[in-house]
Design a protein around this ligand. Structure first.
Ligand code: ADP
Ligand code: MG
Length: 402
């Protein structure tokens, strides 16, 4: 299930040719590092979650797919123990160039500023083989930063993949994804679930991935019907609530699970919840209702996908959105508006907010022939300035042929 060898290589070549940002990264590397060509090139994709939102940290199911948008890192080893990294991302905080010593026994990396460097340093610190040699590298990405398409995990997984080229390790893909998750927990300090790193490592071209976040089992589900499209619409809004509300939701879920006498909400059903309704605050009850129902919806959606029943899949997406809006309260007017507009169009199966919420993107499953119309109608009616991506499920991280 995990061998992606020839398929990944083929895809890597395609990505390499397609992507202007890889060429730019190579140019910047030559400019900044003495005119030499980088010896190593890697990529790791962002992702969109089709259904299963805020279920990963509750041990539930998620159903993401890897995107043809990715973080690329090009670089070369150095003779000393220095690491010098440049990011080309406009949205990253300054400075865009950092230098530090590679970790050694008695010399650990610690989080600091700029913030973006923590995603990279965390992975270097938690790399499962070593010692990591010194290196120069340039990072370039076409995953929007902070847009809910997981630029952060794609940066972590790209960093890990880069280190594997420099200093091979024998980790399996699950260990690799878990090391990247640990990096995000401990350096930038974001208590994320496992979905983003898993899909960035394990994504498979033409497939969505059903991930069981309790057992860590992964099941690829074909999603390659040429008559079907996945439209991502970035609202380009981000409400400031994101930082504080995510840990608050996690706490409420833990509290609800405890009151229900379960390890996680994955182990509860709606009957258990109703039985304890009186012991939960009204808000905690609704949070738990979202999570329990969403886990169920995600299983049903996976079954619908296996049958090619896109109508059922779309209905579940809309139910997911409504539950995130009303019970989990992580949507916002812009995302609600985007969903409402696109659902007016014939050929649209379903649409929902995707990612943590309070801004970011919606994901829409629709007939490929309806995609242009969907974009037009959103442009016409939506109050903001959206960005669109019509995407296909793509491969997980790999090397670039430079
Ligand atoms: P998302 O993962 O949804 O894009 P996050 O807030 O989790 O949003 O992660 C965004 C952060 O990740 C950025 O603010 C930046 O610190 C870091 N990041 C992501 N991609 C890059 C990149 N190419 N270069 C530098 N930093 C990046
Ligand atoms: Mg992220």
């Amino acid at each position: 299930m995990f061998s992606k060898d020839s398929q990944t290589r083929k895809c890597a070549r395609q990505l390499d040719k397609m992507s202007a940002h890889v060429g730019e990264a190579r140019r910047v590397f030559r400019e900044c590092f003495g005119g030499t060509e980088p010896k190593i090139g890697v990529f790791a994709p962002g992702r969109v979650n089709l259904i299963g939102e805020h279920t990963d940290y509750n041990g539930g199911f998620v159903l993401p797919m890897a995107l043809p948008l990715f973080t690329a890192i090009v670089g070369s080893p150095r003779d000393d123990e220095k690491i010098c990294i440049i990011t080309m991302a406009d949205g990253a905080d300054e400075p865009h160039r950092v230098e530090f010593e590679a970790p050694r026994e008695g010399r650990s990396l610690t989080p600091g500023s700029p913030k973006w460097s923590n995603y990279v340093k965390g992975v270097i610190q938690h790399y499962r083989a070593g010692p990591v040699p010194g290196f120069n590298a340039v990072i370039a990405s076409n995953v929007p930063l902070g847009g809910g398409l997981s630029s952060s995990a794609s940066l972590e997984v790209a960093t890990y993949t880069f280190l594997q080229q420099l200093c091979p390790d024998n980790s399996d893909p699950i260990e690799k994804a878990l090391a990247c998750q640990k990096a995000e927990h401990t350096f930038p300090g974001v208590p994320c679930g496992i979905m983003d790193q898993f899909i960035s490592v394990l994504g498979k071209e033409g497939h969505a991935l059903l991930i069981d976040c309790r057992s860590l089992e992964v099941m690829p589900l074909p999603l390659m019907d040429p008559g079907l499209a996945v439209l991502i619409t970035n609202s380009n809004v981000r409400h400031e609530l994101t930082g504080s509300e995510y840990p608050a939701r996690r706490r409420q879920c833990e509290e609800a699970a405890k009151i229900l006498g379960k390890d996680t909400l994955r182990d509860a059903n709606l009957g258990d919840l109703e039985a304890k309704k009186g012991s939960l605050s009204e808000e905690c009850y609704r949070r738990a209702r979202h999570v329990i129902a969403e886990i169920e919806r995600t299983s049903k959606a996976a079954e619908a996908l296996k049958r090619g029943d896109y109508r059922e899949f779309g209905t579940l997406m809309v139910e997911s959105h409504n539950s995130l809006r009303d019970d989990y309260e992580v949507s916002c007017p812009e995302l609600d508006e985007l969903v409402a507009i696109v659902l007016e169009i014939p050929g649209v199966y379903g649409s929902r907010m995707t990612g943590g919420g309070f801004g970011g993107c919606t994901v829409t499953l629709l007939e490929a022939s309806a995609a242009e119309r969907a974009k037009e109608l959103i442009q016409e009616k939506f109050r903001g300035s959206p960005t669109f991506y019509i995407t296909k499920p793509s491969a997980g991280a790999g090397t670039l042929s430079l």
